[in-house]
Write a protein that binds this ligand. Structure first.
Ligand SMILES: CC(C)(COP(=O)(O)OP(=O)(O)OC[C@H]1O[C@@H](n2cnc3c(N)ncnc32)[C@H](O)[C@@H]1OP(=O)(O)O)[C@@H](O)C(=O)NCCC(=O)NCCS
Length: 146
């Protein structure tokens, strides 16, 4: 585990071992809060992704994100009471670090339009037109790693 900030920690997670924690966060944030259909949320590729998991001081899961083998970051989610405290930033940093270690030259993501500012503050630049996925407006963004 690596310390990220007082009150929580971010670590790499394993889909098989940490499936319950990862599913609990994404169910609360995407399926319940954002009304993403469950069959879109559980897209069958989690077993092929690297995952980052944030836990509070008691070890309870509070946030997560994933990195695909092609350098795409996705499914960034922080439980509502924990937002605005740097958990999302720490998760994103961890996934970008993983992408760099894996030899990726850039990290790409599809940002919900409302989260563009969050990713822009972490070096991501939007490209292409806005599009709708799971009923939510998105924009592609990238961050070169060179
Ligand atoms: C996007 C998300 C992962 C960010 O996580 P987070 O832990 O709030 O992120 P941080 O605390 O590192 O940064 C959030 C930014 O919003 C600001 N903020 C303040 N209060 C906030 C709140 N209640 N909710 C969200 N953002 C808040 C912070 O100041 C911060 O700005 P900064 O980057 O200039 O410091 C989180 O808001 C979330 O889970 N949203 C719902 C799911 C979602 O939209 N995921 C993204 C899909 S692309």
């Amino acid at each position: 585990m690596t310390a990220a900030a007082p009150g929580f920690r971010v670590r790499l997670a394993d889909w098989a071992r940490d499936v319950e924690a990862l599913r609990r966060i994404r169910h609360a944030v995407f399926v319940v809060e954002q009304q993403v259909p469950a069959d879109l949320e559980w897209d069958g590729i989690d077993g092929d992704c690297r995952h980052a998991l944030a836990e509070d001081a008691a070890g309870r899961p509070i946030g997560c994100g994933r990195l695909l083998a092609d350098g795409h970051v996705g499914r960034m989610a922080v439980l509502a009471p924990w937002r605005g405290r740097g958990v999302g930033a720490a998760l994103l940093d961890r996934l970008v670090e993983e992408a760099r270690r894996a030899g990726q030259r850039r990290v790409v993501l599809n940002a919900q339009t409302r989260a563009l500012g969050f990713y822009a503050r972490h070096g991501f630049v939007p490209f292409g037109e806005e599009f709708v996925e799971a009923g939510i407006a998105h924009r592609a963004m990238e961050r070169p790693l060179d």
